[in-house]
Design a protein around this ligand. Structure first.
Ligand SMILES: Nc1ncnc2c1ncn2[C@@H]1O[C@H](COP(=O)(O)OP(=O)(O)OP(=O)(O)O)[C@@H](O)[C@H]1O
Ligand SMILES: [Mg+2]
Length: 443
């Protein structure tokens, strides 16, 4: 006779899915934005109309709120959806998420997380609260080590529904992280967040600074199934992808400009697997300064970046050549599946084909060009050149040679005062932040 052993999933799985998932605290923003834009797609495919995601940082209350006016979740579905971990209703759709874990990212950095949502045409809102402080207490208490993930979930979460003060025709999903802490307070470093979002989130190009925005957008939306740009505001100010017609070059004492773009299409056996573009630099001498946040061709799925600026380094003759180039590759093949940390794709044959094709058709030809230009460039060593921004762009208006991209602040302990100063210096005209600031001063 055999005894059937009951399967048990222990509570440390929750630790793996929260603090174990992301090395970079800012990844939390990516996960909530991804959910927001998936939801906006449901009510407004292509993000047309008045749809946006608002991120509000309040360093006084140590809170972060991410609010979107996408579809929300119906009162009938909310408890089931928010109480499922590791499975997602998005499977089989063109939505970006599918693992059913992304929303847990904030649990690692907050004392309390609250999800609040309402669907259009309903008057009831649903709320799920996570007591993350108690969760951490349980996870570090050896006497509770035998608890199952289900038992812990029951102890640390609370679900409720009630009448909403929002209008019936409105729908929303709001994530509130309270008592937020992260290493060196990076999660509140507004310059860093802005730079991170610029490089990772599915933001619009800044047409004031980048002349090729509409040409690229047209090409990508014609060819990709799920390409769109989404409005995201940080403490009330819209954020853009950082590309511009002018790039700062490391160690050359000069700028370079993007004279044109090349549109890219990558195929396997006659079927397209990815589309993209890169900027043709006038000089192509030297790497683009890191602080610009544009060097290195980025890889995107659903317009959200996979990995970082170094993901394609190995496709070039020398890794550093990638940092000479601005550009994006947007994947189209459903076989290119982001891994759970979203720092690369899961291993399969298509991943191999993808990197091989990028090496052959992008990295190697560009490496050759960089080397050729570098040889030619030696003839003009010593001459410091100033490249002019395209006429009429915001860059030109601000003056050539002047650094116009905010550089993320250096690593280092962030005092509350320095966080405040950073936010104040960037959000002077931001109504929402002024309100937070005056409330904090009054209290
Ligand atoms: N902003 C939102 N608007 C509407 N529904 C949301 C929102 N955020 C989360 N949800 C719902 O909660 C579910 C769980 O979100 P979660 O981020 O954990 O997983 P996912 O997005 O399905 O997959 P992934 O782990 O890949 O992100 C989603 O599938 C969706 O149904
Ligand atoms: Mg998600």
């Amino acid at each position: 006779m055999t005894n059937k052993v009951r399967f048990k999933a222990g509570m440390y799985l929750l630790e793996t899915l929260t603090s174990g998932m992301y090395n970079e605290p800012l990844s939390v923003y990516r996960e909530y934005i991804q959910n927001a834009v998936d939801s906006i797609d449901q009510v407004a495919p292509g993000a047309k109309g008045n749809f946006a995601t608002d991120i509000t940082l309040d360093p006084f209350r140590k809170s972060i709120i991410i609010f979107d006016n996408g579809a929300g979740i119906t009162a009938a579905q909310a408890e089931k959806t928010l109480s499922s971990i590791g499975c997602s209703g998005k499977i089989g759709t063109r939505q970006r998420g599918f693992r059913g874990i992304g929303r847990l990212g904030g649990v690692a950095f907050a004392e309390r997380v609250v999800f609040r949502t309402k669907a259009k045409g309903e008057s009831v809102e649903s709320i799920q609260e996570w007591d993350c402080k108690s969760l951490r207490g349980l996870l570090t208490d050896p006497t509770r080590a035998t608890l199952s993930i289900e038992e812990v979930f029951g102890k640390v979460t609370l679900f409720k529904q009630g009448k909403s003060s929002a209008k019936e025709r409105d729908s929303f999903f709001e994530v509130t992280l309270e008592g937020v802490k992260s290493f060196r307070n990076q999660i509140f470093d507004i310059a860093r967040i802005k730079e991170y979002l610029g490089q990772v989130a599915p933001l619009p190009f800044d047409p004031q600074n980048f002349n090729f925005a509409s040409e690229i957008n047209q090409f990508l939306s014609e060819n990709l199934d799920n390409y769109a740009e989404y409005q995201i505001r940080l403490n009330g100010s819209p954020v853009f992808r950082p590309y511009s017609d002018l790039v700062k070059v490391t160690n050359k004492g000069s700028d370079d400009c993007i004279e044109d773009i090349k549109l890219l299409r990558f195929e396997v056996n006659g079927s397209p697997i990815a589309f993209g573009w890169y900027g043709k630099r006038k000089e192509l001498l030297g790497a683009i300064s890191k602080g610009e946040g544009v060097g290195g061709v980025r890889v995107k799925a659903g317009n959200i970046t996979i990995g970082d600026e170094h993901l394609l380094d190995k496709c070039y003759r020398e890794n550093r050549f990638n940092s000479y180039i601005i550009g994006e590759i947007h994947v189209q093949s459903p076989e290119l599946v982001p891994n759970s940390r979203r720092d690369d794709f899961i291993d399969n044959d298509m991943k191999n084909l993808f990197y091989n094709i990028l090496e052959r058709e992008l990295g190697l030809p560009l490496s050759k060009e960089i080397r050729q230009r570098s040889r030619l460039g030696k003839d003009v060593v010593g001459e410091k050149k100033t490249i002019m921004a395209a006429p009429g762009t915001a860059r030109e208006a601000e003056g050539n040679g002047k650094k116009v991209t905010e550089k993320a602040s250096q690593d280092g302990p962030k005092t509350e005062n320095s966080i405040m100063q950073a936010i104040l210096s960037q959000c002077k005209k931001c109504e929402r932040f002024e309100k937070i600031f005056s409330e904090a001063q009054a209290s």
